[in-house]
Design a protein around this ligand. Structure first.
Ligand code: MSP
Length: 469
């Protein structure tokens, strides 16, 4: 049976996760929960100099260092309530062997050549002379000066595939989202030179050896991008029940690798291109990209310990824009928690369940609701924040309806028929909200269903989102 295959970028393990890393996982999780029968990959990117140097600095054997950090990411993903089905580590021998097989299959498009240029270890890529000048010699993302490198490397002949990639984008076989980024990529394809896909062993030891050349190690991106198919068992296994991916989630900073180099590799392997590449914006801290290299990171575990998984998901899926950059501040987080989760939703549940109990209202159920909501169209276009906004309007509408229906007045007047009718409508509405909330707040949705869709209705002993003092 065919699966809806959903992927996330695999983070470097040169440190613990920060809140920015949550974006890939949360967006992909919303997507996976929205579709049934999905396959969901996550993983860790464990090779390269950045990681090697960090482990050395800390005086920890590299493998032990990446083992520890990979575990931190796995724990983090679980704490986000994200349910992946497959996990890949690039130091896993299965992955390493498969990447070497992939390299061999690319042979016709690979050549050896000398290169001199500017390199950023933070980005793990060469920058063009134009970029070097525009940025005055310093990487804006990592705030480190570019290094001059001169090396003999293997190159992947990107030029063999540029026309096909452009055609795939223009004909919508492969869609890049949001649309304005697709336009940027179309421009960038023209300017993209062939890609260096190896480094001399003297420069990089922590990586997958190039098959047939002891002196070279694979470039991390070559190794990392392949994870999306090695995790499925490629090349020894038939991957057609999962590949092509339905959606690949990545940050905008690494879109170029996914929208240009990755499709070129796939074309060279004669595999289909992913249907959608969804690039999200950055979580900022004081207006700057949150990053380990800059050192302005917020520890997600602190946020999770304080407010729990559902509040974390709520904030990052509704108050961090899906496609553009948004600032994280504790103040914004606390406001959203108190005013929206605790007031709008938590109180609503408490209030409605109490009204039902007090008036002995019981649902003639459980009921099976089938809903066709406007937000589904947005969900289909990956516009999750907008969809979530629309669902929250329903939450507010139920609150308003209760205010207007005034069930307590009907109870006082003894109008039982009308009272039961309005309570029934309100309960149906809250159950509709629960279904819509499922991809975003799965545990909350479950709790709402348990309270209201079970015949006898009891308010929860503890409010779902207790207010912070
Ligand atoms: N290892 C590469 C990805 C290889 S995928 C074949 C990498 N790692 S990373 O750790 O730098 O980033 C992992 C993911 O987290 C990327 O999608 C990246 O865009 C995302 N984010 C990293 N910092 C982020 C924010 N501050 N905000 C939002 N997303 C962030 O790139």
């Amino acid at each position: 049976m065919e699966k809806t295959y959903i992927t996330t970028a695999i983070p470097y393990v040169n440190g613990a996760p920060h809140v920015g890393h949550a974006m890939d996982y949360l967006l992909a999780d919303v997507c996976a929960r929205f579709f049934e029968n999905s396959r969901f990959q996550a993983g860790t990117d464990e090779h390269g100099n950045k990681i090697f140097q960090k482990a050395k600095e800390l005086n920890i054997p590299v493998q032990e260092y990446v083992d520890n950090n990979s575990k931190k990411f796995q724990d983090f993903i679980r704490r986000l309530g994200v349910e992946y089905t497959d996990f890949v580590r690039t130091t896993d021998p299965d992955h390493e062997r498969r990447v070497q097989e992939i390299w061999k299959k690319l042979n016709d498009h690979i050549y050896l050549s000398k290169y001199e240029g500017w390199y950023c270890t933070g980005c793990e890529r060469y920058v063009t002379e134009k970029e070097y000048e525009e940025n005055h010699g310093v990487c804006p993302d990592h705030q480190k000066p570019y290094e001059k490198l001169e090396e003999e490397n293997y190159y992947f002949r990107l030029s063999d595939f540029k026309d096909q990639i452009r055609e795939a984008i223009e004909s919508r076989k492969m869609t890049i989202l949001p649309e304005f980024r697709e336009k940027e990529i179309l421009k960038l394809i023209e300017e993209s030179p062939d890609v260096s896909i190896s480094r001399p062993k003297s420069q990089l030891t922590w990586g997958v050896p190039v098959p047939g050349d002891e002196s070279q190690v694979m470039y991390v991106w070559m190794d990392a991008l392949s994870n999306y198919i090695t995790v499925l068992g490629y090349p020894e296994k038939d991957i057609s029940d999962s590949w092509p991916a339905y959606a690949q989630f990545v940050g905008k900073d690494i879109l170029r690798f996914h929208a240009i180099l990755w499709p070129a590799i796939l074309l060279a392997l004669r595999l289909e291109l992913p249907r959608n590449i969804v690039s999200h914006g950055m979580v900022l801290s004081n207006g700057q990209k949150m990053s380990k290299s800059i050192g302005n990171v917020i520890d997600p575990i602190e946020v999770l310990d304080k407010h729990g998984t559902e509040a974390f998901r709520y904030f990052f899926l509704r108050h961090i824009d899906t496609f553009s950059d948004s600032d994280f501040t504790w103040e914004k987080f606390e406001d959203a928690y108190n005013n929206e989760l605790a007031n709008d939703l938590g109180n609503l549940i408490q209030r409605l369940a109490t009204l039902c109990k007090k008036n002995n209202f019981e649902l003639n159920g459980p009921v099976e609701l089938s809903i066709n909501h406007e937000s589904n169209a947005l969900m289909g276009q990956f516009r999750y924040k907008e969809a979530f906004d629309m669902i929250w309007e329903e939450v507010q509408a139920v609150n308003k309806k209760i205010d207007e229906d005034k069930p307590w007045v009907l109870a006082k007047e003894g109008d039982t028929k009308k009272l039961n009718e309005v309570l029934n409508n309100e309960v149906m509405d809250i159950l509709t909200v629960a279904i819509l909330l499922k991809p975003f707040l799965p545990e909350t949705a479950k709790k709402i269903e348990k309270i209201f869709n079970s015949g006898k209705i009891e308010p929860p002993k503890e409010p779902l989102f207790p207010k912070n003092k």
